[in-house]
Design a protein around this ligand. Structure first.
Ligand code: SF4
Ligand code: SF4
Length: 321
């Protein structure tokens, strides 16, 4: 895999600082049952990194002491971590909103057949990747058979009440482009998804998050291999919208890796760019309790243009919508 950090480290991206912490994004590990071509984690079935129970307890101790209102659980496939359900149950007792970044096919993996019911019982918001409503496009990006399995999983979630009004069970879908282009307008694409998935499969959902591909890890490496890296970076830079700078997710979010180390965002985690701290070269979540991160400088590099290009992009979709 080609390294992307040396190509993005020298940057003119504006300096930005943190605001009050609202969302804790916890990466439970890099193991996944899929190996998608755009994956910024480089996740897959052979990855072994996985958060231990001890580290998970450090995360929970921080959550208890903080005023964080959202726990965003991600991976790899976070549900493959043996402590996933313990984390969900404990966080639920703290009355924080819980989001599971679910790849959908995990719901059919052996040993996870009751996962959808568990998520519904714990009132977990499901944020599910579905990069197109067409089978060929999904299977090309995520693997053969992924589209059909995703449709079955979405139907199962709908049967449990996900995506239906008044159930309190939120179902968001996530789109990202197939290649090195900016995503289309979120509102229009959401309408297209609703029409296509509704008419063809009877599937309902609450919202579509449109996310820009980040020029790092597997996707970045693929761009380098094809000689498209500079062109894609130029595309992101030329589409820079200063208004998005105020809402990039690192302003109010924090990312924790499987070992408990802290980053401004998930992308910085994948690049090995830790949170800036005067005391330490890298900070563990157990050392964070009681810290006031407001106004802490955010570590930026050229990949940050992926968050500010066009309508903007974050784990919650377009920034400008
Ligand atoms: S994009 Fe998501 S589902 Fe695909 S390999 Fe990466 S973590 Fe797994
Ligand atoms: S990649 Fe985006 S979220 Fe991460 S530090 Fe840069 S602007 Fe913030």
């Amino acid at each position: 895999m080609h390294a992307t950090l040396p190509l993005i480290r020298n940057t003119k991206f504006p300096a930005i600082t943190r605001r009050k912490l609202e969302t804790l994004q916890v990466n439970l590990g890099y193991r996944c049952n899929q190996t998608c071509v755009h994956c910024h984690v480089n996740a897959g079935p052979t990855r072994t990194e996985s958060m231990t129970r001890e580290t998970l307890d450090d995360v929970l101790a921080f959550l208890r002491a903080s005023q964080v209102s959202v726990l965003d659980i991600t991976g790899g496939a976070p549900e493959l971590n043996p402590h996933f359900r313990a984390l969900v149950r404990a966080a639920r007792e703290l009355h924080v909103r819980i989001m599971d970044r679910c790849n959908l096919t995990i719901l059919e993996e052996p040993g996870h057949e009751d996962l959808a019911k568990f998520l519904a019982a714990q009132q977990v918001d499901v944020v599910a990747s579905l990069p197109c409503y067409l089978e060929d496009n999904v299977d090309r990006q995520r693997g053969k058979g992924v589209f059909d399995a995703s449709i079955r999983a979405l139907r199962a979630l709908n049967r449990l009440g996900y995506g239906h009004p008044d159930t309190g069970l939120s179902l968001a879908l996530v789109y990202n482009p197939q290649g090195p282009v900016l995503p289309p307008a979120q509102r229009q694409l959401e309408a297209d998804y609703r029409a296509q998935l509704g008419e063809r499969f009877g599937i309902v959902f609450d919202q579509l998050y449109v996310i820009t591909n980040m020029p790092i890890k597997r996707f970045g490496s693929m761009l380098i291999s094809k000689g498209q890296f500079t062109h894609y970076m130029d595309l992101l830079k030329n589409a820079y919208q200063p208004a998005n700078l105020d809402n990039v997710m690192c302003r109010t979010g924090l990312s924790i890796d499987w070992r408990g180390y802290v980053y401004d965002c998930d992308f910085n985690q994948m690049l090995g760019l830790p949170l800036v701290s005067r005391e330490r070269t890298r900070t563990h979540v157990r050392d964070l309790t009681g810290s006031n991160l407001k106004n802490n400088p955010i570590v930026v590099a050229d990949h940050c243009y992926g968050c500010t290009a066009g309508q903007g992009s974050s784990c919650g979709g377009a920034l400008a919508s």
